[in-house]
Ligand binder design. Structure first.
Ligand SMILES: [Zn+2]
Length: 120
């Protein structure tokens, strides 16, 4: 994100939005439902295995971002491919998930996630 984008962001969100991550142009959308708070999405390719389906391996192009509908009391991490994959995880659960992974330095190391424990 360029410095210009960072500077423009609060203005484009509108003064009524309290979320720094939100990119919705509040007050400039056509439908009330479009006023949900959404972050910019990031696209990535996931490699997945479905154990229910004989451990079939596939890849999926997904978009990851934050969503907080106007009716929500929580912010959700959303992982979707627009078809079959629709995973919404609360921000608190994402935190718990990361804590669980980082709790075992050997697991974090296998996943390539720095834990700040230094060299072993
Ligand atoms: Zn917003």
């Amino acid at each position: 994100m360029s410095d210009d984008e960072v500077r423009r962001r609060p203005e484009s969100r509108g003064s009524s939005c309290p979320f720094d991550w939100c990119t919705t142009r509040h007050g400039q959308t056509t439908h009330e439902a479009d006023e949900d708070h959404r972050s910019g999405g990031r696209s990535l390719t996931l490699t997945l295995r479905d154990e229910r389906d004989g451990a079939a391996i596939s890849t999926a192009e997904v978009e990851v971002g934050l969503l907080r509908r106007r009716s929500d009391t929580r912010t959700w991490l959303v992982i979707e491919d627009g078809r079959d994959i629709r995973v919404h995880i609360t921000a608190e659960s994402v935190h718990d998930l990361l804590d669980a992974v980082l709790a075992d330095p050997a697991v974090a190391d296998e996943l390539g996630i720095p834990t700040g424990d230094g060299e072993r």
